[in-house]
Design a protein around this ligand. Structure first.
Ligand code: KE4
Length: 432
């Protein structure tokens, strides 16, 4: 596979961008090769600058639920851009977007737009602290909530990929306020709450984790979190930056029928443009300036391009009442095909999937939390990743990420991917 242009671009990029990329996981470090520079994308396909074509299962880390460059979304952005890209003043588009999110997400009565998932989660915990007057928060090991100081403690995603879950530069005074529990262990959460009575402002969790690889909640975990927070006066924050509008129109909270106090969003609601949002109970959101004292702001928050791209994306989904069933069918076919290959080749691997989010873990353990995810053979994952790339399949360049199926993935692409998976697994066997 010729990647000459990508390689020379990467050498150039490293002269002016730290690590040559604008987000660490893109550097392909954990899969032992230079990153591919992408020239264009359409539907479920990517083309790199050397003309190589791939079926894409990263989907720009979640936003591309319709595939890339959906004609409706592109046309809507083109049209709205003609009237200006940002005004720093309210627009009707923001009202329409806020009303749509409130209509679709069960627990959200009011919502504030921001520019990234990180901004959304940072604002949500500030709001929880403002409301409760408490300072400590609980997160789960392996969950990733963006790069805000309070979250880079046993973080997932890129931090887990590079084995630096706790970043230098985070003041110990801040780090001390973040306590970490084990995902899927309500006992570990209760223990921390009991040891910090009346001091916990919020528990923030990915209701279905994507950032240690895909790890669903075990039965009762989310329900127990909800009742614990209600009993203890702790704000329950569902970080649905990845799962929002991915797992259902109402996100994971609709799927699991749980009402968090606050929810954070990102990715899909921007249709591929920079966006984030946080929302929830009206009585809590009223505290946010200018209706209340908790300050949070943003020059480009709710800008017309991102609002339009997100609104059009959600509109396309809403027009197809079978949208999520079709996504489920394709994602299940992929999972069954992979499982058959893994079984027949005797590879120690297990797959977790919820809806169109999934991960093939190279471990024989059942992956249900950070510790079990870490039993994965990351060297084998790297070999598998590279073999799939050679077969024209673009996967997440890390064992600790989720892959995504979009509505643009055809049955033929799913079948091609299953065939490629078998060849790639065979190559990893030979590489042993
Ligand atoms: P951003 O600040 O990257 O928009 O969102 C942070 C974030 C918050 N919460 C969850 C559940 C997330 O998944 C993310 C971001 N996800 C990663 C992918 N695992 C972004 C990819 C990257 O860092 O380049």
């Amino acid at each position: 596979m010729n990647t000459k242009t990508s390689n020379s671009l990467f050498e150039r990029a490293k002269q002016s961008i730290p690590g040559g990329v604008n987000s660490p996981v893109r550097a392909f470090k954990s899969v032992g090769r230079n990153p591919l520079f992408i020239a264009k994308a359409a539907g479920a396909k990517l083309w790199d600058v050397d003309g190589n074509e791939y079926i894409d299962y990263v989907g720009t880390w979640g936003p591309a639920i319709l595939g890339h460059a959906h004609p409706r979304v592109i046309e809507a952005i083109r049209k709205v851009a003609m009237d200006g890209t940002s005004f720093g003043a309210p627009t009707e588009l923001e009202v329409k977007m806020a009303e749509l999110i409130c209509r679709l997400v069960p627990s959200v009565e009011m919502v504030r737009m921001v520019n990234s998932g990180t901004e959304a989660t940072m604002s949500a915990i500030r709001l929880a602290r403002a409301l409760t007057g408490r300072e400590k928060i609980i997160k789960c090991e392996g969950c990733y909530h963006g790069h805000g100081d309070s979250f880079l403690i046993k973080a997932g995603s890129g931090a887990m990929t590079f084995g630096v879950p706790d970043s230098p530069g985070v003041p110990s005074a801040i780090a001390r306020l973040t306590l970490t529990a084990r995902f899927n262990s309500i006992e570990s959460v209760k223990e921390i709450v009991d040891q910090n009575k009346h001091e916990i402002a919020a528990i923030i969790v990915e209701p279905v984790v994507g950032n240690m690889g895909c790890v669903p909640p075990v039965d009762g975990f989310l329900e127990n979190l909800r009742s614990l927070c209600t009993k203890e006066g702790i704000i329950l924050i569902f970080d649905e930056v990845m799962t929002g509008f991915r797992l259902a129109l109402g996100g994971a909270q609709e799927r699991y029928n749980i009402q968090p106090d606050l929810t954070t969003f990102g990715k899909i609601i921007g249709g591929g443009l920079p966006v984030g949002a946080y929302g929830g109970r009206g009585d809590i959101m009223q505290i946010v300036a200018p209706s209340g004292p908790m300050y949070q702001a943003g020059t480009l928050s709710g800008n017309p391009l991102a609002m339009t791209a997100g609104f059009e994306t959600l509109s396309v989904i809403l027009e197809d009442e079978k949208f999520y069933q079709k996504l489920e069918k394709k994602s299940q076919a992929l999972e069954v095909g992979f499982a058959e290959n893994v079984r027949s080749l005797g590879i120690p691997a297990t797959s977790n999937r919820i809806g169109s989010m999934s991960t093939l873990f190279f471990t024989s353990s059942n992956v249900r939390d950070y510790q079990s995810a870490l039993t994965s053979d990351t060297k084998r994952y790297a070999a598998y990743f590279n073999a799939m790339l050679e077969e024209g399949i673009y996967l997440a360049p890390s064992q600790f990420e989720a892959g995504f199926v979009s509505s643009a993935h055809t049955d033929e692409m799913i079948e091609k991917t299953i065939r490629a998976n078998r060849k790639a697994l065979e190559r990893t066997l030979r590489a042993e």
